[in-house]
Write a protein that binds this ligand. Structure first.
Ligand SMILES: Cc1cc2nc3c(=O)[nH]c(=O)nc-3n(C[C@H](O)[C@H](O)[C@H](O)COP(=O)(O)O)c2cc1C
Length: 176
């Protein structure tokens, strides 16, 4: 598939088939993640792949943003002690979030290419997820990616295009 086709075809999926995902595919998704760029080449992320149904259910119980019944989760985390050591406050508060987001997009685009459905989820209880995954306090989950074989093909939500870009400089349309 061409990259633009993948970028436009990717959708957030919230209904999944009851079918497990091979471990090798999940590992490949994380490998796609680690090829994302990182500020100062920090690579301070940690990825937890969760496939155990019971554990997924428990995580879902503290994550109102997880809809449907995913067969796997990839929890994209950052080691906040390490990012602070490497990049100070900028690293801890900004770069680490950017890096986690870039890795997550790589994971999702690769997942789309593998025929999987998935949804990024930010609505979850961080401390709850830390406890359920046995994460020390310094390893903070930044984003969950729910995964499974898709059982829906939603229409893409409309995008604004012409209204959101400018050449050379911003031009106000309402005087502000
Ligand atoms: C940072 C971020 C957090 C999100 N959190 C959730 C969430 O908690 N639950 C959910 O169902 N979708 C979540 N989404 C998915 C968005 O709702 C979705 O991307 C948006 O509606 C556009 O649809 P599309 O991804 O199909 O293009 C999140 C997306 C992003 C980028």
């Amino acid at each position: 598939m061409r990259v633009f086709e993948v970028i436009k075809g990717r959708r957030s999926i919230r209904k999944f088939e009851d079918r497990s995902i091979e471990k090798e595919i999940l590992q490949k998704l994380v490998e796609a993640g680690i090829w994302a760029p990182t500020g100062g080449n920090a690579q301070t992320w940690v990825f937890i792949i969760v496939t155990d149904r019971g554990r997924i259910q428990k995580i879902k119980a503290v994550s109102p943003g997880i809809l449907g019944t995913p067969n796997a989760l990839i929890v994209v985390c950052q080691d906040k002690e390490l990012v602070y050591k490497k990049g100070g406050e900028l690293g801890r508060d900004t770069l680490s979030i950017m890096d986690a987001a870039m890795a997550s997009q790589n994971i999702m685009l690769q997942a789309y290419d593998e025929g999987l459905g998935f949804c990024p989820v930010l609505s979850f209880h961080k401390r709850g997820v830390q406890i359920l995954l046995n994460l020390p306090e310094r390893i903070v989950p930044e984003l969950l990616i729910s995964l499974g074989y898709p059982a829906e093909s939603p229409k893409p939500p409309k995008r604004k295009f012409k209204e959101v870009y400018f050449f050379e400089e911003y031009k106000s349309t309402n005087g502000k």
